[in-house]
Design a protein around this ligand. Structure first.
Ligand code: F6R
Length: 241
């Protein structure tokens, strides 16, 4: 694991954006694995700036997102698709046909997990996957459990995740109880991983993920086994690293 602790959220975001930008420049048909949540917003902002300065061209880039709420349509303001449109997709020249996410409103969840898993495989796998980390150590929505999930699954969200995500909804009851997520195997198959964390509340969990025992109870700890991971944190989240 390569650890980079920088001053603040802005610097974390720019460092991450530079790594993604290098991937885009290196391989114009790269498959980028993207994340939602508060953590990557600044990274998307930097990437949009690079695009506006004509440093980057996303025309032939493909994207796959880590996860999506079960039951929310793409146009639902709290869906991850909506978030991605607002924070990234609509600001760059990605082709809609190259943007891939689980379909929250799919009629058959089981079939949707198979479709999305096959789709990622058909793209030749993920070149660079960006990840945030949940307060309980989740990556994607791979929650602490007795086993690591393999490919794409539709999971029950834990109470801690529901509470963490209630900030995006009017009240906790509105947070979907299930979500589609790439499995741990899907994430581990990515050629390169970029884990970001900021803020003091992530301090303990990022320490456990990086230095603690590898355990299904802290899903992010599995990243210690990946040969090409960069962890970037701000000073607050990285204080124990
Ligand atoms: C989001 C995702 C989640 C988040 C994690 C941290 O697509 O996969 O694992 O990265 O919940 O969320 P924030 O960044 O809001 O703290």
């Amino acid at each position: 694991m390569k650890l980079i602790v920088v001053k603040d959220y802005e610097e974390m975001s720019c460092r991450a954006a530079r790594i993604i930008a290098a991937q885009v420049l290196k391989k114009s048909d790269s498959v980028l694995g993207l994340a939602t949540g508060s953590t990557p917003i600044g990274t998307y902002r930097c990437l949009i700036e690079f695009y506006r300065k004509k440093l980057l061209d996303f025309r032939t880039i493909k994207t796959v997102n880590l996860d999506e709420y079960h039951g929310l349509s793409q146009t639902h303001p709290q869906s991850f698709r909506f978030f991605m449109e607002e924070n990234f997709f609509q600001h760059v020249n990605l082709r809609t046909s190259n943007i891939h996410m689980p379909e929250g409103k799919a009629v058959d969840p089981e079939q949707e997990t198979v479709r999305y898993g096959k789709l990622i495989d058909s793209l030749g796998g993920i070149d660079l996957q960006m990840l945030g980390i949940g307060l309980n150590g989740h990556i994607g929505f791979n929650e602490p459990d007795d086993t690591f999930s393999r490919t794409v699954t539709c999971v029950e969200l834990t109470q801690s995740t529901i509470e963490a995500y209630s900030r995006f909804f009017e009240n906790t009851d509105d947070v979907p109880r299930r979500a589609y997520t790439m499995g741990i195997a899907t994430i581990m198959q990515a050629k390169e991983l970029l884990l970001l964390a900021s803020g003091a509340e992530k301090r303990e969990i990022i320490q456990q993920a990086v230095y603690g025992p590898i355990t299904t109870r802290v899903p992010a700890s599995v990243l210690q086994l990946h040969p090409n991971v960069t962890v970037i944190t701000d000073e607050s989240a990285g204080a124990l690293l």
